[in-house]
Design a protein around this ligand. Structure first.
Ligand SMILES: C[S@@+](CC[C@H](N)C(=O)[O-])C[C@H]1O[C@@H](n2cnc3c(N)ncnc32)[C@H](O)[C@@H]1O
Length: 305
């Protein structure tokens, strides 16, 4: 079997890279990363430390991307999400999608997998996703998309994201359906956590004014209007959210390792960035098992297994 070459765009700290590595190990499909790009210096450093390769910087400035079989990209979501300014393609960051289109047009890989926030699907009354799909189809790709939730793939994190998959040739691709038993928070949370993670008395009191303490492990989520919900799983990690919007048992913040576990990163991932940076990186990253399940189906659809 020939080695499958892939590129990792908007690589962050390598969520997609772990996903394809896991799929490759499981299905015994040899793979090689031939190009990666990430603009953020701290992500670049973490990526290099963990994958032994320094990603190239700003994708808009890069020419001469090598030939590859599969393109992976979790492109920036700010222009489409409610957290951003809702301008979509008018926002210059929105044009980063067109960097993907540019590369697909030039290199014509066999397949691609893209990831973005769920809100992309409803953005601008569905016109934004329609425009994305049309662009990809105009480039000759048979394209499909679906919103998947990390909770259905074994992670105790409610994280709904849209995945867009495309193939140069008409291919039989089925979205993963299998519901995997959710890991318990017991498997994710650390038992001994330094004092600095615990919130102040006024914040604790505010939480307790809305909810009763729980004996079992729970994560307390505060929404934008200050309403608290208590679940046996985490709500979506977010890069730019307040420090206390997710609190274990309403008492303490998640540690860096816990956040990465919630995204399905392996224990071997070396944590070299500050807490603030890791929080941002984990919030921007992707749920590895979800992407892995999709990539396994893509390998199948491409006839690589
Ligand atoms: C949604 S995150 C993707 C994270 C990645 N999937 C992961 O697993 O960590 C988008 C990433 O795109 C990067 N980015 C934004 N603009 C870029 C550009 N012009 N060139 C390269 N990377 C860029 C951001 O720094 C961010 O890390």
């Amino acid at each position: 079997m020939d080695t499958i070459h892939f590129i990792d765009l908007f690589a962050g700290i390598g969520g997609f890279r772990y996903a394809i590595q896991n799929a490759s190990n499981k299905l015994e499909v040899p793979i090689k990363c031939v190009f990666s790009s990430e603009i953020d210096k701290e992500c670049q450093r973490a990526y290099q430390e963990n994958f032994g390769e320094l990603p190239k910087g700003d994708i808009t400035q890069i020419v001469g991307i090598p030939d590859h079989d599969i393109l992976l990209a979790g492109f920036p979501c700010q222009p489409f999400s409610i957290i951003g300014n809702r301008k979509g393609f008018e926002d210059t960051r929105g044009t980063l999608f067109f960097e993907i289109a540019r590369i697909l047009a030039a290199k014509k890989p066999t397949a691609f997998v893209l990831e973005n926030v769920k809100l992309l699907v409803g953005h601008n009354k569905g016109k934004t996703i329609k425009r994305i799909i049309e662009t990809l189809e105009d480039l000759g790709y048979h394209t499909t998309y679906k919103v998947l939730n990390a909770l259905d793939f074994g992670l105790p994190q409610k994280r709904e994201r849209v995945f867009i998959v495309g193939f140069r040739k008409p291919s039989i691709f089925n979205w993963p359906q299998k519901k995997v038993q959710m890991k318990s928070l017991n498997d994710i949370l650390e038992m001994e956590v330094p004092k600095q993670y615990y919130v102040s008395a006024p914040i604790r009191k505010k939480r307790l004014s809305q909810k009763l303490p729980t004996k079992e492990l729970t994560i307390w989520h505060e929404n934008k209007s200050g309403h608290i919900s208590v679940y046996p799983f985490s709500c979506a990690l977010r890069a730019g959210a307040s420090y206390n919007y997710l609190l274990v048992n309403g008492k303490r913040r998640l540690t860096s390792r816990e956040m990465l576990r919630l995204q399905g990163f392996p224990e071997s991932f070396k944590l070299i960035s500050s807490y603030t940076q890791t929080r941002k990186q984990a919030g921007n990253s992707l749920a590895v098992p979800v992407a892995q399940a999709i990539i396994e189906r893509v390998f199948q659809a491409c006839g690589w297994i």
